[in-house]
Ligand binder design. Structure first.
Ligand SMILES: Nc1ncnc2c1ncn2[C@@H]1O[C@H](COP(=O)(O)OP(=O)(O)OP(=O)(O)O)[C@@H](O)[C@H]1O
Ligand SMILES: [Mg+2]
Length: 235
């Protein structure tokens, strides 16, 4: 086992002393017929990749909302089930829709959930971006294959789409959102969505078909409270 990889795993796990990873003892894992060498490699790679996805402001975010933690637990259970049955990593399951006014901590909870999953050891490659960045990267222009960009998000085993409904609406924007949500919906691929559009206006803002799918696909969590940025509680 590579010392650097073990060090990477230890440093990430130390930040979450209250969380129990799926594999805690590599020797016991081997004794039970597992391949510790590859498990260490894979675990360290997932932790590093997830860390690189997280913007500086949310580097230390943790999911603290009980409903978000319950969703993380569901994803872990489904990932374990998929692994045992020899299926794809990650496994199908519910998604998460974080709603609430500006500054209530939706993005914080979203990245916190991604960090928790990586530390627990759900071996699933993630992608994350504000939806406006996904549109921007997909904008048809010379040298860019919009479909490849779309697939890099749509096909990610775990996806975090931040700020749904925040971009200026157009037919093209609505089409991309519909295709993305539909792709995840058809395959029950775990996705975290956030939006600060009030629940009753979601359909009007992002399209009734998208809102309808989201409602069926997601555990919905509404964060309440004041804007943490204005309250001076934000760093
Ligand atoms: N549980 C928390 N503990 C500490 N800081 C937090 C927590 N939740 C949010 N924050 C901080 O509060 C600020 C606002 O949080 P965040 O960006 O997650 O809000 P948001 O709901 O996504 O806002 P918006 O709707 O504008 O995107 C950020 O600086 C974030 O780091
Ligand atoms: Mg946000």
């Amino acid at each position: 086992m590579n010392e650097d990889e073990l060090q990477t795993i230890a440093s990430h796990r130390n930040a979450f002393p209250h969380i129990t990873p799926l594999i805690t003892d590599w020797r016991a894992h081997e004794d039970q017929g597992g391949d510790a060498f590859h498990a260490v490699k894979e675990t360290a790679a997932i932790l590093t990749a997830t860390d690189q996805l997280i913007p500086l402001r949310y580097k230390h975010a943790d999911a603290t909302d009980p409903k978000v933690i319950a969703w993380v637990d569901e994803v872990v259970t489904n990932a374990e089930r998929a692994r045992v049955s020899g299926g794809a990593k990650g496994g199908p399951g519910p998604s998460l829709l974080l709603l609430g006014p500006t500054g209530t901590g939706k993005t914080h909870q979203g990245y916190g959930a991604l960090r928790r999953l990586s530390v627990i050891g759900v071996n699933t490659a993630a992608a994350a971006a504000p939806i406006a960045d996904i549109y921007a990267k997909m904008r048809p222009r010379p040298g860019v294959d919009s479909e490849t960009v779309f697939e890099s998000y749509a096909q990610a085993p775990l996806l975090f789409v931040d700020d749904l409904g925040a971009a200026k609406e157009s037919e093209w924007v609505e089409e991309v959102t519909t295709r993305l949500v539909n792709y995840r919906y058809d395959r029950s691929m775990p996705t975290i969505f956030t939006s600060n559009v009030p629940p009753k206006q979601l359909g009007e803002k992002i399209g009734e078909r998208v809102a309808s799918r989201l409602t069926e696909l997601c555990r919905v969590v509404v964060l309440k409270g004041t804007d943490r940025r204005l309250a001076g509680r934000a760093a």
